[in-house]
Design a protein around this ligand. Structure first.
Ligand code: AMP
Length: 218
């Protein structure tokens, strides 16, 4: 069992890494962004509140995120198999709340992968990103580097592809600014705890996978 965190700016390719990590190591993939998007599509109160912030590229307030995440960690799959946190923690307050939860439960994080990609590359990737709408597939395409064979259709499952509402230029630059101001300090936080492994995101997904794998197995 592994308990992992993946850090990286929005659009650095964390989602693509999470897909293979969750499969190979049989750990539940917990993405707070996915949980919010699910709530938005189901029209829940939480979804309505979160959407206001997400559409502007702002962080959803800590009090809405922390309980949501810790109650997810209480579920059996996490207790039995560990977890891979993607998009959480995003602030020092969230990291400290997580630490408190871990201490109370007598568990520890095994590794924090920091996926580093320059801002200009993130912008180019984000505006070209398309995602499969099928929740069991969620395959990610890029119109520049990895387009689907048929426009707008997933190669794997035939479902429609969509562009996330928050993948536009203005929102992406807001999200990057928010990342640098609020989330980047977590790199130092986890470095001091001796848990951090930084991986430079490569052009080819398979190359980045190999680098991350080496860190997870090292
Ligand atoms: P993501 O899919 O991780 O890029 O998240 C999309 C959006 O959801 C972010 O831009 C935030 O508005 C919100 N969000 C996701 N996770 C968090 C978090 N841990 N704290 C605050 N806001 C979050």
């Amino acid at each position: 069992m592994k308990r992992l965190i993946i850090l990286g700016a929005p659009g650095s390719g964390k989602g693509s890494q999470c897909k293979w990590i969750t499969k190979d190591y049989n750990v539940p993939h917990i993405s707070t962004g996915d949980i919010f998007r699910k709530n938005i599509s189901e029209g829940t109160e939480l979804g309505k509140k979160a959407k206001e912030y997400m559409d502007q590229g702002k962080l959803v307030p800590d009090e809405l995120v922390i309980d949501l995440l810790t109650s997810r960690l209480e579920e059996n799959d996490c207790k039995e198999n560990g977890f891979l946190l993607d998009g959480f923690p995003r602030t020092l307050e969230q990291a400290e709340a997580l630490e408190k939860y871990l201490n109370l439960n007598g568990i520890k994080i095994d590794k924090v992968i920091n996926l580093h990609v320059p801002d200009e590359e993130i912008m180019a990737r984000a505006i070209n990103r398309r995602t499969c709408e099928n929740p069991d597939c969620k395959e990610i395409y890029n119109l520049r580097d990895n387009p689907p064979k048929q426009e707008g259709i997933c190669d794997k499952c035939g479902s429609k592809l969509f562009k996330r509402d928050d993948d536009n230029e203005e929102t992406v630059s807001n999200r990057l600014a928010v990342y640098h101001a609020q989330t980047e300090p977590l790199i130092e936080y986890y470095k001091e705890k001796g848990l951090l492994s930084t991986v430079i995101g490569q052009q080819e997904l398979s190359d980045t996978i190999a680098l991350v794998k080496a860190e997870l197995e090292g």
